[in-house]
Design a protein around this ligand. Sequence first.
Ligand code: ADP
Ligand code: MG
Length: 335
Amino acid sequence: MKLGEIGEFGLIRRFSPRFLRGLPPGAMGIGDDCAILPWIGSRRLLVTTDMLVEGTHFLRAKISARDLGYKSLAVNLSDIAAMGGRPTAAFLSLGIPGDVDVAWLDSFFAGLQGLARRERVPLLGGDTTRSSGPLVINLAVLGEAKVGRIKLRSGARPGDAIYVTGPLGDSGGGLRIILAGRPRNRDEAALVRSHSRPRAHLAEGAWLAGRAAVMAMMDVSDGIDSDLRRIMERSGCGAAVDLDALPVSGPLRRTALRRGWKVRELAAAGGEDYCLLAAVRKDRAAAVARGFARAFSRPLVRIGTVTRAGDGLRYFSGGERAELARRGFDHFKRG
Ligand code: ADP
Ligand code: MG
């Protein structure tokens, strides 16, 4: 059997059960944005790790070393945000091909440090080796959260309203521009920036974690088409998404018009947006959205509703059922 037949998530489902038996009390493993371990009193330790591989996640000729350093940390902070946690420490492992020069690495560390300082996440260790293949960057980030405030992927229930904390598709649009050449105007430069320097929604995650009505939360790394399925699987639910409601930024809307892109497909399946996706109890949803808008001066955007398990993920547009031409990202499945 080829990996393409089961995909990234099929593989994880295949090996994970044997490691999830007999965990110590209070520990939670594979399946959410972070692992959870018991810690001091009512606090829990959060652990996440993410790998960036040259040629798969980035092209060294297409992203500056500084941006790559920043992004390597940002994508991990996003998983801490997704649990409602606060990041506390980072560990960096590098597999470096022989042709990478020291000036490039200096810039990489400058980019990483900029974000580490801003978010007060000290780099406390890691590992450095030579790579006989691509440049490989792995970060592990620790965080903490109060036990009662941690948000899992598994808490969504039919009827909950589904929200996102920011626009969708900018990063996917930025990637298209990078692959096609260079940004041609300010809008396109803004999209490329969203791709190269994503912002982890730590403040938004912490705020949502403080709302009891938030039932489930995760970050959008592979596009909502893929990530919403993770929430559905963990929660045992379906979902209905209004494609017309997906928030799209001005730069993406204008660039899509100019370049002839389908903006809906990018918003639903583009990936690497690193905003948060949350399911909120129906009777409290409007109040939570109002509170979010007051706190962050921008809307918490409702994109759909959690439904029963048998429904699967259904899309609507103009009140009618709709299909996506493109699926969210899986490392091994194509099309
Ligand atoms: P995220 O995008 O939030 O980093 P994923 O959806 O990629 O998480 O992964 C799903 C879950 O599977 C996560 O809990 C992750 O820690 C776990 N996981 C992924 N790959 C491995 C692996 N090789 N070994 C153990 N756990 C893994
Ligand atoms: Mg995640």
